[in-house]
Design a protein around this ligand. Structure first.
Ligand code: NDP
Ligand code: 8X3
Length: 256
């Protein structure tokens, strides 16, 4: 097993859900954390809770869609933080569940800009350093939605299919280097995801998980941690994980 002690782990979307759970797991294992999200107060709260000193935790409050902010933040990173060992590309969101022909351009752009372009910006900035140092691991958060489309999922599912293909392409392009790439693709995980999708309609969001036992963010963080801690000659390319109460994007065991 590979130790993450003192490894620099950059996690996007660390202010909530799966990203926050990843921060906890890696903190517990002694990693140095670079945490990215837009909501600085949420990052501050998490930092207080993890009670790490400034040499082992650094916050980067930024919008991954804003390429110039991302570039500026990385060019201004203190040198002690610039050699990222593990990149967890987790920031992402869905907006709406409309039929494609009735969808909102703004929702589409937000999902494409965050889930695809944001992930690409971080990857393009960080992976060259991994290649030149001869070490590194990128974990991209895909989804069952990238494997099976569901009604109303259209553009969100397309962004997650793109993540799956980007992970595969990146692995191909990194063949011959020691840098590893994993795609972790969960089914239903109870986080703020559905609340964001339905723009704060908590009743509708709760119904997504009603009558079944969803995955927890910690379940997914465990899998991310498992991927990066395998021996260096092992690359877990893709993990598709679902609650026991789920057997596909549209197939659930719900108790009334
Ligand atoms: P949450 O809504 O709980 O967390 C999403 C995180 O992404 C937040 O920390 C949010 O922070 C961050 N984020 C969103 N947009 C941006 C942005 N433009 N710039 C920086 N950070 C951003 O959802 P989850 O934890 O569930 O989602 C995490 C990932 O997991 C996503 O990629 C999602 O698609 C994927 N996923 C989720 C599943 C689920 O059922 N929940 C299942 C499969 C995959 P902030 O708002 O502070 O910027
Ligand atoms: C999140 C899972 O099924 O809500 O990617 O799209 S789903």
């Amino acid at each position: 097993m590979v130790s993450v002690q003192d490894q620099i782990v950059l996690i996007t979307g660390a202010s909530s859900g799966i990203g926050e759970a990843c921060a906890r797991v890696f903190a517990q294992a002694g990693a140095k954390l670079l945490l990215v999200a837009r909501r600085q107060e949420r990052l501050n709260q998490l930092a207080d809770e993890l009670s790490k000193d400034a040499s082992s935790l650094h916050l980067l409050p930024l919008d991954v869609c804003d390429r110039s902010s991302v570039e500026l933040a990385f060019s201004n990173l203190p040198s002690a933080w610039s050699s990222v060992d593990i990149l967890v590309n987790n920031a992402g969101l869905s907006r709406g569940l409309n039929k494609l022909h009735e969808g909102s351009f703004q929702d589409w752009e937000e999902m494409i800009d965050t889930n695809i372009k944001g992930l690409l910006y971080l990857t393009r900035l960080i992976v060259p350093g991994m290649v030149s140092r001869g070490r590194g691991h990128i974990v991209n958060l895909g989804s069952t939605a990238g494997h099976q489309t569901y009604p109303g999922g259209n553009v969100y599912c397309a962004t997650k299919a793109a993540v799956r293909v980007i992970s595969e392409g990146l692995k191909q392009d990194l063949l011959g280097t020691p840098v590893r790439v994993s795609s972790v693709d969960p089914g239903l995980v109870e986080t703020e995801f559905s609340n964001v999708r339905f723009r704060g309609d908590t009743e509708r969001a709760k119904k997504v998980y009603q009558g079944l036992t969803p995955l927890t963010p910690a379940d997914v963080a465990d899998v991310v941690f498992f991927c990066v801690t395998r021996p260096l000659h092992v690359n877990i390319s893709e993990v598709l994980l679902m609650p026991t109460d789920q057997a596909g994007s549209m197939l659930f065991n719900r108790q009334a």
